[in-house]
Ligand binder design. Structure first.
Ligand code: ADP
Length: 244
């Protein structure tokens, strides 16, 4: 974010470097039930991002001192594979993945009916196999699909989506170049039914009006992304009917 580009991010026709309109998402594909041993799982391919989420639990929380007698503890672990970016990423947790794991855990906790599962943990593993900007929001989208696949009751299937500003224009779903050379990136997690926002972070600068536009754009897109989530879930369960 904030690096100076020696090329235009928005052309004379108002199109972005990958040909998208300002309010257009990158191509999105989702699949549910991709990891056999998990209670629930999902694969999301979003632009150049490839992400797997796997859910285990609710199961007795271990170590015991993390147990909450009143509710389940959601532990999300965001991890970027060493081969997911251009330069090899040093394996293992770093400050960024610790932060992302924390904010993703909090966003998911706000939708799951955690009080129904006291003393348990719900472990959510988010593995980024290929990264191309927007991995935290793609990770949240995959994680909520995996939670739904695991049959965990939720208020809504949460959706992650980012919006931001490049070349002075408010745009949806920044790609890597836009993330590097743009002016602002605002990742959000949204409850598509109500438009409630469960996570909002901001890198860079925007005016209040631009931020409101970016939020409206992401809330609209959340409905579109949610439809794809429902379609992916239906595909899996329709498939199951044929198996029996
Ligand atoms: P997000 O992926 O949620 O947009 P960031 O804004 O922190 O999160 O990162 C933007 C992009 O920068 C990532 O999607 C990834 O493509 C790249 N990136 C992040 N961390 C690293 C790293 N350690 N090495 C190389 N590229 C990275």
């Amino acid at each position: 974010m904030g690096m100076k580009a020696d090329f235009k991010l928005i052309d004379d026709n108002g199109l972005r470097i990958d040909g998208r309109l300002p309010n257009q998402l990158r191509p999105l594909r989702m699949e549910v039930g991709v990891v056999q041993r998990a209670n629930g799982s999902a694969f999301v391919e979003w632009g150049g991002n490839k992400i797997i989420a796997a859910v285990y639990g609710p199961r007795e929380a271990y170590p015991k001192h993390i147990q909450d007698p009143n509710r389940a503890v959601i532990r999300a672990r965001y991890n970027m594979a060493a081969f997911s970016v251009d330069e090899r990423k040093r394996p293992g947790p770093d400050r960024r993945s610790v932060e992302l794991s924390k904010v993703i855990s909090e966003a998911l906790t706000s939708v799951v009916f955690v009080e129904r599962f006291p003393r348990t943990s719900i472990d959510v593993y988010i593995e980024v196999l290929q990264a191309d900007a927007g991995t935290r929001v793609a990770g949240i989208t995959a994680a909520s699909l995996a939670l739904a696949d695991a049959g965990i009751p939720m208020r809504d299937i949460i959706v992650g989506c980012a919006a931001g500003k490049v070349d002075g224009v408010v745009v949806l779903d920044l790609n890597k170049e836009e993330d590097n050379y743009g002016e602002a990136d605002v990742p959000m997690a949204i409850l598509p039914r109500t438009g409630e926002i469960a996570l909002l972070q901001m890198d860079g600068n925007m005016t209040y009006e631009e931020l409101t536009n970016a939020m409206d754009m992401a809330i609209d897109a959340a409905k579109e992304i949610h439809e794809l989530q429902v379609k992916a879930l239906k595909e899996k369960y329709r498939g199951d009917e044929h198996d029996y």
